[in-house]
Design a protein. Structure first.
Length: 527
């Protein structure tokens, strides 16, 4: 099938945005937070990119005013959640340049003038890129990551960098998600002593707190979709290869991908259209504005992978979710994708070998430790790297792992690729499914450096290992804690999955703004 250009894709998404379930702004901007809205009638919590572009086109909003509003929110809110590491000092200049393009009819597309935050493992030539480690806290990289170049070319305003789980949670066997030596601990905006999941912790928490319109995360297995679910926002992990990994601090080239995060599916999809390399997006079943809101679920078949191990509250939420989808005309059948135990056995050993190869190649491009062995020695010599947890067992195991030229490694990765794809493909074929759905996360656990994470969340693994797309949309709450619904489908079905996700988002209508509670009651806090 002939591929649509990115520009055509973006136009199609804008045309269908308001009819595929994106949230609409409140009549007034009372929820826009400290500093007030960027223009009358705009609520930063709920406004979408197409609505912002319409206002910038008619002159009732400027990118400068929008960027200023987000900067004010960061100053007011970020001290409570510690999601944003640093602000790009050129952000207002970028916004002013966008305003000039809007005035003269020379805009570059739907992201022109839209403030974007980047996870701090994405290279920027004019800001440090640290992966959360003081080992990389010196001179910025020489070049922008390829995805940053695409954002700049699209006119997006690079607002700053977000905190993350240090080294994308690939350092210790008992890490604490959202903590880094550079940024400290990111907190969940819904309940501040709860964890934001990781490793795209700051990107998700910043969006939940409305500190930017969109953000960029990265994922090897779960690092976009879990924090999106746990912070009540939308996160999309594209098919492997859809977004260039050049200039992104790696774990594994076989699984790593950057992806867009936002407060709604429309903004997520529009951002993906900018990030995607030419010709890498499928054109099937794109939102075209022809359907009534929610009618996109009629006749769809969704396989529900319940995962009751995530707790009775999550299981009850999945039951309610299935009922809502059925009420909208979808057929929901319960499924259990095969081969999950074997995938869990094989994935970690393969990632160790790949990390050693890929981090050595990346470190050779930066000032500081030049390879994994030097990085291990750096951590031993710098106490700030041990203020939350001291371990670097994964680094040490990766250093001793078989090289990727080893026959054992090659056999492991080949089996992983085969079984992960079959786990999804066979399940979808057997039940004639449009997507598989599962919980994206349990309710957020309390953050505890001594204990580490409580994050056995198997739902992300099949799509992550297969290189297939997955999408987390808000499903609801257990107590005050958000839970996402994870949707996954076959390889390079990114646009179809986003279209389905927009209909699911509209039907569930589960988003609500965080209240920044300091803690939950004693019973809930012990969970």
């Amino acid at each position: 099938m002939r591929q649509r250009s990115v520009a055509t894709l973006a136009a199609a998404l804008i045309a269908g945005a308001l009819l595929t379930g994106a949230p609409v702004p409140h009549a007034q901007a009372e929820a826009a937070g400290p500093g007030g809205p960027p223009a009358p009638g705009i609520d930063l919590d709920t406004v979408t990119i197409p609505e912002l572009q319409a206002r910038m086109t008619d002159g009732s909003l400027t990118s400068s005013a929008l960027t200023t509003a987000y900067l004010r929110r960061i100053r007011a809110v970020n001290p409570r959640i510690k999601a944003v590491l640093r602000i790009d000092p050129t952000a207002l200049g970028q916004a002013a340049a966008s305003d000039t393009r809007h005035r003269h009819g020379g805009t570059r597309g739907p992201l022109d003038g839209i403030p974007v935050l980047l996870k701090d493992n994405v290279d920027t030539r004019d800001m440090p890129t640290t992966a959360g480690s003081s080992a990389l806290a010196g001179r910025p990289p020489a070049n922008d990551a390829a995805l940053v170049t695409r954002l700049r070319d699209a006119g997006a305003v690079i607002l700053g960098k977000t905190n993350l789980s240090e080294w994308a949670n690939f350092r210790a066997t008992k890490p604490t998600s959202g903590w880094s030596a550079v940024g400290g601990q990111t907190n969940n905006p819904y309940v501040l002593d709860r964890n934001p999941c990781g490793s795209s912790s700051g990107s998700a928490a910043a969006l939940a707190a409305s500190l930017a319109q969109v953000a960029i995360g990265t994922e090897t297995d779960g690092s976009i979709v879990c924090p999106a679910g746990m912070n009540g926002v939308v996160g999309f992990k594209p098919s492997l290869g859809t977004v260039s990994g050049a200039g992104v601090v790696p774990i594994s080239a076989e699984q790593d991908t950057a992806g867009p995060m936002a407060r709604n599916v429309t903004d997520t999809a529009l951002t993906l259209a900018v990030l995607a390399e030419g010709g890498s997006l499928d054109s099937a079943r794109l939102p075209d504005g022809s359907a009534r809101p929610g009618s996109g679920l009629r006749g769809k078949r969704v396989g529900l992978w319940r995962l009751p191990s995530l707790g009775p509250g999550v299981d009850a939420l999945m039951t309610r979710t299935a009922g809502k989808l059925r009420d909208a005309g979808a057929e929901v059948v319960e499924v259990t994708p095969p081969y999950q135990e074997r995938l869990a056995q094989l994935e970690f050993p393969a990632l160790l070998s790949e990390f050693h190869r890929d981090i050595d190649a990346y470190l050779a491009t930066r000032n500081g430790p030049r390879n994994l062995a030097e990085l291990i020695e750096f951590n031993r010599a710098h106490p700030e790297e041990r203020t939350c947890f001291a371990g670097q067992e994964l680094f040490e195991q990766a250093l001793a792992a078989p090289p990727t030229t080893d026959a054992r490694y090659r056999a492991t990765r080949a089996e992983l690729k085969d079984l992960s794809r079959r786990s999804i493909d066979e399940t979808m074929a057997a039940h004639h499914l449009d997507a598989i759905a599962s919980p994206a996360n349990p309710p957020a656990w309390t953050t505890d450096c001594g204990r580490g994470d409580n994050d056995i969340i198997p739902s992300s693994t099949p799509a992550a290992v297969a290189g297939y797309p997955s999408l987390s949309v808000p499903a609801g709450f257990v107590d005050e804690l958000p839970v996402g619904l994870l949707l996954m489908s076959g390889g390079h079905q990114d646009a179809a999955l986003l279209s389905l996700g927009a209909a699911v988002e509209h039907r569930l209508d589960a988003w609500r703004a965080p209240r920044y509670l300091p803690t939950l009651g004693r019973t809930e806090a012990s969970r």
